[in-house]
Design a protein around this ligand. Structure first.
Ligand code: ADP
Ligand code: MG
Length: 399
C-alpha cells in the first residue's frame, strides 16, 4: 500500500471548505449518547483543520436508516456533543446536500465547523448502483474544496462519502485513520508470536467471513459471544435458544477442520451462563457448553471459560480482540467481557481492541483505556484489514 497523504500535506487550508468524513456512529438510547468514544476520537483532526483556518464541514452516518430521514437517527445530538468537545458551536445542517446544507456551508467563517445530517438519510450514500452513488457524491463534493477521510469505522464501505467523494476532490487521510492504519500494519507485518485473536459479538455472519482468512495468520483463535453457539452447534451440541446461524453450520464445520489441519488452536467456551430469557434480570446459571437446556439461551461465557481464555492469552505476544463475550449491556452478563479485557490489560503483549461495542464495553466497565496498546474505533474495518482485503475508503485516499 502506498503512503496516505497527511492533513499537514494539504498545505494552507485557510478559507478552504474542507469536507471531513468522520465516524460519529455512537450508541444512543432515547436520543442520548451512551458512549461518545468515536466523537472524541474525531476531534483532533477537526480541531487541527479549524485551527488552521479551514471551514470544516463534517459528515457522518448514524445507525442504519434506509435512505430517508428518520428522527431517531438524527446526528443532532452528535453535533451538540462535538461542539462541547471542541469548545465552540457546531452549526448543524438539517439535510445532507440540500438547502440547509448549502446555506450552512455558505455561512461558515474561517475556523468554524458544521455538521451535515446523517448521510444515510440519502439513498445515494450506500447505493450499490454506481450512478446513484455518483450523483450523491457529486453533490457532496460540490459543497467543498478539499476532502479528508477520517471515518475509520466506515473505510471498509464502498459508500459515496467514503469512496466516491475523495475521487472528486484533492484529499488526505485524517489523523485518526493514519493512526489506525499504523497499528494495523503492526498486526499484519510480522506480528510477535504467539498471535491470538479473540472474536465475539453478535454480527455473526459478518464475522464468520473473516475467520477463513484469519486461520492462515494466527496461532490461536478464541471464540466467545454470540458467535460461539454456531460453533458449538457445528460440533453437535444443542444450544437451546442461543444466537445461532443455522445457514452457516457447514461453513463453521469447515473452519473446525481447517483449524486442525493448520495447527491453529481454536478455543471455544466450555461453559456458558444460560438464561431463561434475554433480559437484564433473567434467571441464569452456569452450565457446560455441551449441556445447554433447550429452553435457555447463552448470554455470557461461564467462569471456567473465563479462566481458560485468560490462560490462552497470558503468554500471547500479540492479541487482537473484537466483539464482547456476552451481553455486557446487562450487568449480570458482563463478566466474560470483563475477564477478557482484564486478561489483555494484565498482558505485556501488543494488545488491540477493535469494534464499536467492544470499545464501549471497556469504558462502560470502567476499565482503563490506557491498559491496551490501542483501542480501535473500527470493528469491521479492522477485521477486513487484518484479512488482507483492500478497503475502499483507504484505496480512495491513496492516489
Ligand atoms: P463490535 O461492535 O465490538 O464489533 P458486535 O456489534 O458484533 O461487536 O456485537 C456486540 C453485541 O453483541 C453486543 O450488543 C452484545 O450484547 C452482543 N452479544 C454478545 N454476546 C451475545 C450473546 N451470547 N447473545 C446475544 N448477543 C450477544
Ligand atoms: Mg457493534
Amino acid at each position: 500500500m502506498s503512503a496516505l497523504r497527511t492533513i499537514e500535506e494539504l498545505g494552507d487550508v485557510r478559507g478552504k471548505r474542507v469536507l471531513v468524513r468522520s465516524d460519529l456512529n455512537v450508541p444512543m438510547e432515547d436520543g442520548v449518547i451512551t458512549d461518545d468514544g468515536r466523537i472524541r476520537a474525531s476531534v483532533p483532526t477537526i480541531k487541527d483543520l479549524a485551527g488552521r483556518g479551514a471551514r470544516v464541514i463534517v459528515c457522518a452516518h448514524l445507525g442504519r436508516p434506509k435512505g430517508t430521514p428518520e428522527a431517531k437517527y438524527s446526528l443532532k445530538p452528535a453535533a451538540e456533543r462535538l461542539g462541547e468537545l471542541l469548545g465552540h458551536e457546531v452549526r448543524f445542517a438539517t439535510d445532507t446536500v440540500g438547502d440547509s446544507a448549502k446555506a450552512t456551508v455558505e455561512a461558515l467563517a474561517d475556523g468554524e465547523v458544521a455538521l451535515l445530517e446523517n448521510l444515510r438519510f440519502n439513498a445515494g450514500e450506500t447505493s450499490k448502483d454506481d450512478a446513484e452513488r455518483s450523483a450523491f457524491a457529486d453533490a457532496l463534493a460540490g459543497l467543498a474544496d478539499l476532502y479528508v477521510g477520517d471515518g475509520f469505522g466506515a473505510v471498509h464501505r464502498k459508500h459515496a462519502s467514503v469512496y466516491d467523494v475523495p475521487q472528486r476532490l484533492p484529499h488526505a487521510a485524517g489523523g485518526l485513520v493514519a493512526a489506525e492504519v499504523e497499528v494495523l500494519k503492526q498486526l499484519t507485518e510480522d506480528p510477535a508470536r504467539p498471535y491470538a485473536v479473540v472474536l465475539g459479538g453478535a454480527k455473526v455472519s459478518d464475522k464468520l467471513g473473516v475467520i477463513a482468512n484469519l486461520l492462515a495468520k494466527v496461532d490461536r483463535l478464541l471464540i466467545g459471544g454470540g458467535m460461539a453457539y454456531t460453533f458449538l452447534k457445528a460440533q453437535g451440541h444443542e444450544v437451546g435458544n442461543s444466537l445461532l446461524q443455522e445457514d452457516q453450520l457447514d461453513k463453521v464445520r469447515g473452519f473446525l477442520k481447517e483449524a486442525e489441519e493448520r495447527g491453529v488452536e481454536l478455543v471455544l467456551p466450555v461453559d456458558v451462563l444460560a438464561a431463561t430469557e434475554f433480559a437484564k434480570d433473567a434467571e441464569h446459571e452456569a452450565v457446560d457448553a455441551t449441556a445447554i437446556p433447550a429452553d435457555r439461551e447463552g448470554l455470557d461465557i461461564g467462569p471456567r471459560t473465563r479462566e481458560l481464555f485468560a490462560s490462552r492469552l497470558a503468554d500471547a505476544r500479540t492479541v487482537f480482540w473484537n466483539g464482547p463475550m456476552g451481553v455486557f449491556e446487562f450487568d449480570a452478563f458482563s463478566g466474560g467481557t470483563r475477564a477478557v479485557a482484564e486478561a489483555l490489560i494484565a498482558s505485556d503483549a501488543f494488545t488491540v481492541v477493535g469494534g464499536g461495542d467492544s470499545a464501549a464495553a471497556v469504558r462502560k466497565l470502567g476499565l482503563p483505556e490506557d491498559g491496551f496498546s490501542h483501542i480501535s474505533t473500527g470493528g469491521g474495518a479492522s477485521l477486513e484489514y487484518l484479512e488482507g482485503k483492500t478497503l475502499p475508503g483507504l484505496a480512495a485516499l491513496e492516489d
